[in-house]
Design a protein around this ligand. Structure first.
Ligand SMILES: *[C@@H]1O[C@H](CO)[C@@H](O)[C@H](O)[C@H]1NC(C)=O
Ligand SMILES: *[C@@H]1O[C@H](CO)[C@@H](O)[C@H](O)[C@H]1NC(C)=O
Ligand SMILES: *[C@@H]1O[C@H](CO)[C@@H](O)[C@H](O)[C@H]1NC(C)=O
Ligand SMILES: CC(=O)N[C@H]1CO[C@H](CO)[C@@H](O)[C@@H]1O
Length: 477
């Protein structure tokens, strides 16, 4: 036992380093994907810090376990063209890359087009393109004959995000009408300014639209009709799933314990303290301000009622201290003003969220207004057996079962006392908190894994292929 203080920290550090390297390779994608859905409103936003980006040389993981055949295996030798509005470490493109790799793994021929590229060479783009080339994805130019040929030859074209619609006219020109019947449009946005005819006027003519949550799909249906006077094509709701890599970390209890200790030590939060976490890029839309208000109210309740609870802490992961925005400043002054500095911890945006999921006891998902399109962090937290306190809005309400895997509170100021009460409930009712975490995990295992997502996507792709074949049949005979 005496050796503890000498040997263990070193061992632990090396161990951790290995683990963190593994995580930064495997969860890079998962993290950025989440960021897209965190920011339905701003999917173009970059969440990355400059540093930990270069995972381009990572070996392709080889799955040695016997796995059941992929639901996508019917895509074998089909030609798929994926069209991304940009290639960056923001979520939309990385989700599309995930689809590219799923399709490659069943032997589909996959080509990739990035519509918008910066003029100067960009390390991130280079790395991501390398990653795709290694996996046999063909990266082709967004304009010119090559793009037209690829579109005409493809069995299926996936347009990613609403903005990608602006690629259609200028590139395909008079061949557009031949391509539209095989386009699947994957939409992840839910904010007003995407409802522009410029972007989406061809929506009614594509084979289908795929949207991340029911509420977002309803919103699109309504808005296109009311605002633009156009009709949505057949629309499929496809909830996302957790990557295999994330599940592996979530289910590794040793890794969990080590990460928990490491993060808590760095935040100076003890093992027995209760830690609420909010993991989202810091912005008003994500509701960190209201979260802090609720946290403060919860502390007051605990004090006023003299409740016997562990010491309660909050961590906000997703800060950009360098940016010094008004909002960041506002959060910090609130903390100072209420004198809760010792209980509130700010953490910079990071590529690896798994350590924080391992370290916290409860995830708070406090996105405001229409909420998240989906909110992948929610299912990631549930994979770590965390209960989720979320706003009753957007995708969150489709993921969290109120009272069973977490608790929902209203958006806006009305949500503040409700969230505060829910925090107190989870602080006082330990059994309930742990049970909710377990139920959340079970729910993830039932419906929010990668293979569930692959099944849902497979259903859509089959339908699209069938429709596009019918269309071609009608127009060639
Ligand atoms: C559709 O949008 C209009 C105008 O924004 C709104 O008044 C109406 O309640 C919406 N309907 C549905 C079903 O969401
Ligand atoms: C957080 O980000 C700021 C600005 O980007 C930087 O100065 C600071 O060192 C970072 N903190 C940590 C702990 O990395
Ligand atoms: C969640 O459950 C609580 C307790 O039953 C209830 O008061 C609240 O209205 C529910 N919220 C939603 C959005 O269903
Ligand atoms: C590459 C290609 O097939 N382009 C065609 C686009 O449509 C025009 C008009 O139908 C054809 O002349 C081109 O050959």
């Amino acid at each position: 036992m005496a050796k503890h203080s000498v040997g263990w920290p070193l061992l632990q550090k090396r161990w951790l380093l290995g683990l963190l390297i593994m995580l930064s390779i495997s969860t890079v994608i998962a993290f950025f994907i989440r960021s897209a859905f965190d920011s339905c409103d701003r999917h173009l936003e970059e969440v990355a810090q400059g540093s930990a980006r270069s995972s381009g040389n990572a070996p392709v993981p080889v799955n040695t376990k016997a796995t059941p055949p992929s639901p996508l295996s019917f895509m074998r030798s089909k030609r798929v063209l994926l069209v991304s509005h940009e290639l960056s470490l923001s979520g939309g493109p990385l989700l599309l890359m995930e689809l590219a790799f799923l399709l490659r793994s069943v032997g589909a021929g996959v080509s990739w087009i990035t519509i918008q590229k910066p003029l100067q060479t960009d390390g991130v783009i280079y790395n991501l393109e390398e990653k795709m080339l290694v996996r046999g994805v063909q990266v082709i130019s967004a304009k010119g004959q090559e793009a037209i040929d690829a579109s005409l030859k493809a069995d299926l074209v996936v347009l990613n995000t609403a903005v990608a619609g602006k690629w259609l006219d200028p590139v395909l020109k008079e061949n557009l009408s031949r391509v539209l019947p095989k386009v699947l449009w994957w939409i992840h946005e839910m904010r007003g300014h995407y409802f522009k005819l410029d972007f989406v006027k061809h929506l009614p003519l594509v084979a289908g639209a795929m949207i991340d949550s029911h509420v977002t799909a309803d919103y699109w249906k309504n808005r296109t009709q009311v605002r633009l006077g156009i009709k949505m094509p057949e629309t499929y709701v496809v909830h996302l799933g957790n990557s295999k890599e994330l599940m592996e970390v979530a289910e590794d209890s040793v890794a969990n314990r080590v990460l928990r200790e490491h993060i808590r030590e760095s935040l100076q939060v003890r093992d027995e303290d209760l830690l609420f976490g909010i993991i989202n890029s810091v912005s008003r839309g994500k509701g960190q301000d209201l979260f802090l208000r609720s946290f403060y109210e919860a502390l007051q309740l605990i004090q006023d009622k003299k409740l016997q609870v562990p010491s309660v802490h909050a961590v906000i992961v997703g800060s950009d201290m360098g940016a010094q925005t008004k909002f960041e400043t506002e959060l910090r002054s609130y903390v100072m003003q209420k004198k809760i500095q010792h209980r509130v911890h700010f953490v910079n945006k990071t590529l690896t969220v798994a350590p924080y999921l391992a370290a916290i006891d409860v995830l708070v998902q406090n996105s405001q207004a229409r909420g998240e399109c989906f909110g992948r962090i929610t299912i990631e937290a549930m994979a770590f057996q965390l209960p989720v306190l979320g706003t009753a809005a957007g995708g969150t309400a489709e993921i969290v079962v109120n009272g069973t895997t977490g608790m929902l509170h209203p958006v806006g100021k009305e949500g503040v006392p409700a969230l505060a009460k829910n925090m107190v409930k989870l602080a006082t009712q330990v059994e309930r908190r742990l049970t909710m975490g377990k139920r959340g995990y079970e729910r993830v295992k039932e419906r929010f894994l990668e293979h569930h997502m692959a099944h849902r996507i497979a259903f859509v792709l089959k339908d699209i292929l069938r429709k596009s074949k019918d269309y071609q049949h009608r127009h060639t005979t």
